[in-house]
Structure formats: structure tokens, C-alpha cells
Write a protein that binds this ligand. Structure first.
Ligand code: NAD
Length: 353
């Protein structure tokens, strides 16, 4: 790691972490100077949002339980109009990446500040990234206006996340730290954040999947998720994210499951070009071979075995390869067609037992 010359970007956020610490939200909101907070959630998490609004008392100006997967612009336009109608001066999103995405989309339209109360491991709360869907197409941008002013991580709120979703969401987070390790923008601080995030998630996720009600495992997983989200905030992603984006977009595959399946294959692909990152990854995982360790972790958390199992058609391989090679992405190992064809075919067929 070059400690003599590097670039590192971070975003100012207050982070409260700990079981039960959502009780401190009213004080936090007062410190931030918010007086009229609109509470956001998905329809499925309306009760959590209502409980939070109750906790905030008069400071809450209502609950908008309309967040939807992939942040559709129609939903965001209507939500921003609603925030203006109720004269909100801030939003508080309780939920996963979809709800936090709605808070960000409102911020993009109104510049309203927000607090995020994450209940999955996706990590969106740490980042200036927002992806929005219009006419079936998802476009992603980075804009500091969407970074939440504060995050409250309360692991008790993750106890209800089902075991399978927890494992997949955790692998999504894990992938951010792995790609940060070989990012062209890596700094000594980022490398440490990524290594610690990898360590925390690797020890916590199999425990969470086996015993979703274990509060210590939940706290450890959420701690790892914070670190991995911070990696995503400050570094460019590479082939793994490109592959997931292409496959998800072309075949409408589930976001987190696709991440969990693809990651070990991309680690294997990039290994020859990323000696230092692989050494760090192996050390963080306590393994000799980082590739088999990531395959084992994916298996332990119940990742799908193949793209075929996820529902991708075999005649989709060539279009997927075309798109992965189109508008080239930065990647530590150059992308050549025959190798990318082999990569997608291997993921389609899946690893033998
Ligand atoms: P999600 O927010 O879509 O949640 C999935 C479902 O799980 C929802 O119904 C939600 O209400 C429910 N849920 C969430 N937490 C729960 C809990 N603790 N208990 C019970 N149910 C719960 O899922 P996600 O994986 O967190 O987010 C995925 C979205 O986030 C994708 O659109 C992805 O692109 C985006 N994302 C964005 C960034 C970013 O930086 N912008 C980063 C990661 C993911």
C-alpha cells in the first residue's frame, strides 16, 4: 500500500451505532435542527415507520410508506411533492436500500436533509450514490446532496430480516469491500476499512443465517455493513458491479442474490492482476486461498449456485457478454472477449458440489 501518495474522500455524517439506540433519535434530530420530519418506509415496513414517528412525537409530520425497489421516478416525484405539501424540513428513512433511495431521491429534488435508519446490510446510507429507474432503465449518479446527515444503526431493527435476505444483503455489502481493495482510488484508510468490513461480515454472516435471532451476530453484521458501505461511498467499483448491473438489467435477476453468486467468480478472474488486494483479502478471511474462501462464504450464506438457477436463459450469455464489454469499465485485469465468455458461462453452469 502506497502511504506516500493517495487520494481519499469521505463524507461528513454522524453515526450512532448500538442496540436500542433508535431511542436517541429525538435528541439527534433536535441537534440537527430538524423540526418537521417526514418518515419514509416501504409498505411492508409501515409499522416500523409508525413506531418511529410515534417516538419523534410532534416533530414527525407523517409517514410515507411508498418506497419501492429500484427507486422509480414516478414514486420519487410524488414523494417530493408530498414533502413540500406537508412543509417537511427533513426526512427519516427506516428500511433497506429502497427506502434510503427514496430519501435520497427526495433530497435530489428538494435538497431536504435526511437521517437514515438502515434495517438491511446494503450500505446505501453511507454513499452519495443514487440509482433511479425511468421507463424501465436504471441510471445511477453520484451527488453529495443525497448523503444522509446522520445514520442510526440499531441492530435490533435487523432481527426481523429473514435469514436468506440477510445472507444475500450481507454478500452485497461484502462485494463493496472486496472491489474497494483493488480500486484505483484506494487509500491506506480505505484498505483498512475494507479489511475490517470483510473480517466482520465473514465471521458474522454464517452465524446470522444459522441463527437470525442472535443479537451479537446481528450487531457484528451491521458493523461490517457500515464499513463496507463506507467503502462503496469512497471508491469506484469494477467488474463485479458491471456484471451484476448487466445481468440484473437484462434478465431482471434479484439484486442481492446476483451479487452473492457473481462475487467469487470475479475474485477468481481478477486474482492474477491484484496480488496486494488478494493478500489482504486472504488475511482478512484467515485463509490461504482467497478465491476458495469467498466461494465457501457464499455457499455458507446460501448464495444461488448458478445463473441458470436464478432464471437466466442460456441464450442470454452472448448478449450479456456484449454488454459487459460495451462502454468499458475500469478493472484491474483487462477484459478480453474469450475470458469474459468463459466467466459468464462458468457462472451460468455453476460450481460443482
Ligand atoms: P430493500 O430495501 O429493497 O428491502 C427489501 C424488502 O425487505 C422490503 O420489502 C423491505 O421493506 C424489507 N425489509 C428491509 N429490512 C427489513 C427488516 N429488518 N425486516 C423485515 N423486512 C425488511 O433491500 P436492500 O437490499 O436493502 O436494497 C436494495 C436496493 O438498494 C437496490 O435497489 C439497490 O440498487 C439499492 N442500493 C443502493 C445503494 C446506493 O449506494 N445507492 C447501495 C446498495 C444498494
Amino acid at each position: 500500500m502506497d502511504t506516500k501518495s493517495f487520494r481519499h474522500q469521505s463524507f461528513a455524517q454522524v453515526v450512532l451505532f448500538g442496540a436500542g439506540r433508535r431511542a436517541e433519535l429525538p435528541a439527534l434530530v433536535a441537534q440537527l435542527g430538524f423540526e418537521r420530519c417526514l418518515v419514509l418506509s416501504t409498505p411492508e415496513q409501515r409499522r416500523d415507520a409508525e413506531a418511529l414517528a410515534e417516538l419523534l412525537g410532534d416533530v414527525a409530520v407523517g409517514v410515507l410508506a411508498e418506497a419501492a425497489m429500484h427507486t422509480p421516478v414516478e414514486v420519487s416525484d410524488a414523494a417530493a411533492a408530498h414533502a413540500r405539501d406537508v412543509n417537511a424540513d427533513s426526512t427519516i428513512g427506516i428500511g433497506g436500500g429502497s427506502t434510503i433511495g427514496l430519501g435520497k431521491a427526495i433530497a435530489l429534488r428538494t435538497a431536504l436533509p435526511q437521517v437514515a435508519v438502515p434495517t438491511t446490510y446494503a450500505g446505501s446510507e453511507c454513499t452519495p450514490i443514487i440509482g433511479e429507474t425511468a421507463n424501465g432503465e436504471k441510471k445511477t449518479q453520484r451527488n453529495p446532496v443525497v448523503v444522509p446527515a446522520a445514520i442510526v444503526y440499531d441492530p435490533e431493527l435487523t432481527l426481523t430480516l429473514p435469514a436468506k435476505s440477510s445472507g444475500m444483503s450481507g454478500m452485497n455489502a461484502f462485494a463493496h469491500a472486496v472491489e474497494a481493495l483493488y480500486s484505483p482510488e484506494r487509500s491506506p484508510l480505505l484498505a483498512e476499512l475494507a479489511s475490517e468490513g470483510i473480517r466482520a461480515l465473514a465471521r458474522a454472516l454464517p452465524r446470522v443465517v444459522d441463527a437470525p435471532g442472535d443479537p451479537d451476530a446481528r450487531a457484528d453484521a451491521l458493523y461490517g455493513a457500515w464499513l463496507c458501505g463506507t467503502c462503496l461511498a469512497t471508491s469506484a467499483m469494477a467488474l463485479h458491479h458491471k456484471v451484476c448491473h448487466v445481468l440484473g438489467g437484462l434478465f431482471n435477476l434479484p439484486h442481492a442474490e446476483t451479487h452473492a453468486l457473481v462475487l467469487p467468480y470475479v475474485v477468481e478472474f481478477n486474482k492474477p492482476a491484484t496480488a496486494e488486494a488478494m493478500e489482504r483479502l486472504a488475511r482478512a478471511l484467515g485463509a490461504d486461498d482467497p478465491v476458495s474462501a469467498v466461494f465457501e462464504l457464499a455457499r455458507a450464506v446460501g448464495a444461488p449456485r448458478s445463473l441458470a438457477e436464478l432464471g437466466m436463459p442460456e441464450d442470454g450469455i452472448e448478449p450479456a457478454v456484449d454488454l459487459i464489454l460495451a462502454d468499458r469499465y475500469w478493472n484491474p485485469r483487462p477484459l478480453e472477449r474469450p475470458e469474459i465468455e468463459r466467466l459468464v458461462q462458468a457462472m451460468f453452469d455453476g460450481a460443482p458440489d
